[in-house]
Design a protein around this ligand. Structure first.
Ligand SMILES: [Zn+2]
Ligand SMILES: [Zn+2]
Length: 263
């Protein structure tokens, strides 16, 4: 781990770097022979774009797993990002400086270890060009391609990306140790299961990298989360929108969903 004030980077080998902003959210930089892909842009508190430039001087394509503010906020450091159209409306809202200000406030207690240039988050108030990502779309980086798989659940336009060189899969928040389906725009639990199964099929035995924590998502945790989700579906829909949580034996994995959105 290389400490860089508000951002830490971890070399995962094979030209893949995990970029962690504020011990909070992960982006992944994947380098090919001709160009690189950045999967997610972070919350926009720290200048992820500047950090990317210290790792590679190749052109970078920015691919967003879903339009929540902690993954798309940092898009403001780049001229152009790719996002699935089902997440477009929220994406535009979540790039606004108020969200970056909110995250800075949430993480203010980290000031001592993260020497944050507070003003930086507010300096950028433009929106980058958003290009529409399609299911199955592939990005050729030279010697490796990044493939897009649509997996609605955590948000309607959630996608995962697969690196052809290593087989590694990058899931954002859709498949995580804590699966959260209760946010506005989240699908039913039943719909999430389809995408989660697709994720396991896509990943095979290769590593699955998520958007939070240290990024490591064991395949067994995804299998367990799917089992918990199936329990929720079997219990059926309720009439109220109460948020319910299914927990694994050791707290994680966890599936959080709305009682009226099981089926
Ligand atoms: Zn999210
Ligand atoms: Zn997130």
């Amino acid at each position: 781990m290389r400490r860089r004030t508000d951002i830490e980077t971890e070399d995962l080998g094979n030209g893949i770097t995990r970029i962690n902003e504020y011990d909070f959210v992960n982006c992944y930089l994947i380098e090919g022979e001709n160009s690189a892909a950045l999967i997610d842009a972070g919350a926009g508190m720290a200048d992820v774009g500047a950090v990317v430039k210290t790792i590679t001087d190749k052109p970078v394509t920015v691919l967003i797993t879903h339009a929540h503010a902690d993954h798309i906020g940092g898009a403001v450091w780049f001229p152009e990002v790719w996002l699935h159209p089902a997440d477009l409306r929220r994406g535009k809202a979540y790039m606004k400086p108020t969200w970056r200000a909110y995250f800075l406030w949430c993480h203010r207690y980290k000031k001592k270890t993260h020497k944050v240039p507070y003003a930086a988050a507010f300096q950028k108030d433009y929106s980058p060009v958003i290009r529409e990502l399609a299911d199955g779309q592939a990005f050729d980086l030279g010697g490796r391609t990044i493939e897009t798989v649509l997996t609605p659940g955590h948000s309607p336009g959630s996608v995962i990306f697969r690196d052809s060189l290593t087989g590694a899969t990058f899931t954002g928040d859709n498949v995580n140790l804590m699966v959260t389906l209760q946010f506005p725009g989240g699908t039913t639990v039943k719909e999430w299961i389809v995408g989660a199964e697709k994720t396991l099929e896509t990943a095979g035995e290769a590593p699955i990298w998520g958007g939070h924590g240290d990024g490591r998502i064991p395949r067994t945790a995804v299998e367990r989360a799917i089992a918990l989700a199936n329990e929720a579906v079997a219990e059926g829909n309720e009439k109220n929108s109460k948020v319910k949580t299914k927990r694994g034996e050791n707290r994680y994995p966890m599936v959080v969903y709305r009682a009226d959105k099981a089926l």
